[in-house]
Design a protein around this ligand. Structure first.
Ligand code: FEO
Length: 400
């Protein structure tokens, strides 16, 4: 194996440990990641391990192939790559595999069995791939790669790679954040920001997969880990306890006594009810957050629902059903299935209702415990009806 140093530029490359390099790409400008609003961009992390054998863990989104290759080539010739490990088939990680194999001609592709199938679907049946059933471990010389399947964290094919000699976990989507930065490590960035991004990522990508994630966390309990290198965002080398404890709390559905009020309004009536409910909640000393859907994005709302105890949904009736923004939000939330929540409906209608029935059906389908409410008002709520909404706010506040 030949190592190429270009005028000492190799020192510009970030090393996690001696001989383990970050060779990924920074996507500063992505703002929508399959429907998730990524206000801080993201990174696609790939890691190069240089030993007697050379292995690359994951690749990057296809359009970032040149950036990844530029980094790898500062360290080794591509023909010296012995292994390409695909921890996950989703194209943000596998998107450069086919192009890379065309130039890294000596590399063997390794994936889980489901990963092998997924890669063939995406990149063609002729893609040669060894499964981790055939090679559950690989010796690189002084280091070993151990492959651990973690199905549904985030897809059925997902796996992680562990290097016991460094106690380093290459965790793919788990513990990631959509966060573009010129820094690579947790102790180099603002802790509050990075935890917020980790929370937003968990809530919007994997919240409904709490079961498999809980199993994976249990499996990791017996493994010594000193560093976690996910495939998005920064690498955890100092604050491992902080992110692992946060994951445990999210998996368990632990919540704060906080109420999220999500609504939209046509002529202001539903908004009047939202404000009256909030007044009642505040009067009991409980925290409340209001989101008008026409001014908000689902990503932020779901992130805040993750650790709130209750979510109240407000909608006018339009065409005998839900207001479109509310319907869209409920569909998004139903897929992500926040755990252990209380919920209720409020709203307004003209000559015939419909929003309440549909919203309550969606809340039940989401697994939210429905609190009976009688807050669907004709046209514009009267003062008496607004007082009723204030009282309902107080009731909810006492429940959380
Ligand atoms: Fe970052 Fe599930 O891919």
């Amino acid at each position: 194996m030949k190592i190429v140093y270009v005028n000492q530029r190799v020192i510009d490359l970030v090393q996690l440990k001696e001989g383990i390099y970050w060779v990924g790409a920074i996507d500063w400008n992505i703002r929508n990641f399959h429907g998730y609003i990524t206000n801080r961009g993201t990174t696609y992390n790939a890691y190069l391990i240089v030993d007697e054998k050379v292995a690359l863990i994951d690749t990057v989104k296809s359009s970032f192939f040149p950036e990844m290759v530029q980094r790898i080539k500062k360290i080794v010739d591509l023909v010296n790559l012995d292994y390409i490990i695909s921890n996950h088939t989703e194209p943000d990680h596998s998107g450069s595999i086919k192009k890379l194999l065309s130039v890294a001609r000596n590399a063997e592709l390794i994936a889980s069995e489901r990963g092998q199938n997924g890669l063939a679907w995406y990149y063609g049946e002729d893609l040669e791939c060894t499964t981790i059933k055939e090679k559950p471990n690989i010796n690189l010389g002084n280091r070993n790669l151990q492959f651990v399947p973690v199905p549904m964290v985030h897809w059925p094919d997902s796996m992680v790679t562990y290097i016991p000699e460094d106690q380093l976990l290459l965790s793919n989507d788990a513990f990631g954040q959509h966060f573009a930065s010129s820094k690579r490590f947790d102790d180099e960035v603002d802790q509050t920001v990075i935890m917020q991004e980790a929370k937003t990522y968990y809530a919007n990508i994997v919240m409904h997969l709490w079961g498999p994630i809980g199993s994976a966390l249990k499996a990791l309990e017996g493994i010594e880990i000193k560093m976690i290198a996910p495939s998005h965002g920064i690498i955890w080398r100092r604050k491992l306890d902080m992110i692992i404890e946060a994951y445990k709390k999210w998996v368990e559905g632990v919540s704060d006594p906080r109420v999220i009020v999500v609504y939209d309004t046509m002529w202001g009536s539903t908004e009047m009810v939202a404000n009256a409910i909030a007044e009642g909640i505040i009067s009991e000393g409980v925290e409340v957050q209001l989101y008008k859907l026409s001014n908000s994005d689902n990503t932020e709302i779901i992130s805040n629902i993750l650790d709130a105890r209750a979510v109240l949904i407000g909608s006018p009736t339009l065409n005998n059903g839900l207001f479109p923004t509310v319907a869209s939000f409920l569909m998004y939330m139903k897929g992500l299935k926040p755990r252990k929540k209380l919920g209720a409906f409020f709203g307004s209608y003209g000559w015939g209702g419909g929003a309440k029935r549909e919203a309550e059906a969606e809340l039940k389908a989401t697994g939210i415990e429905l609190i009976e409410s009688d807050l669907d008002f004709n046209f514009k709520p009267s003062q008496k009806e607004l007082e009723k909404a204030v009282e309902f706010g107080k009731t909810i506040a006492r429940k959380v």
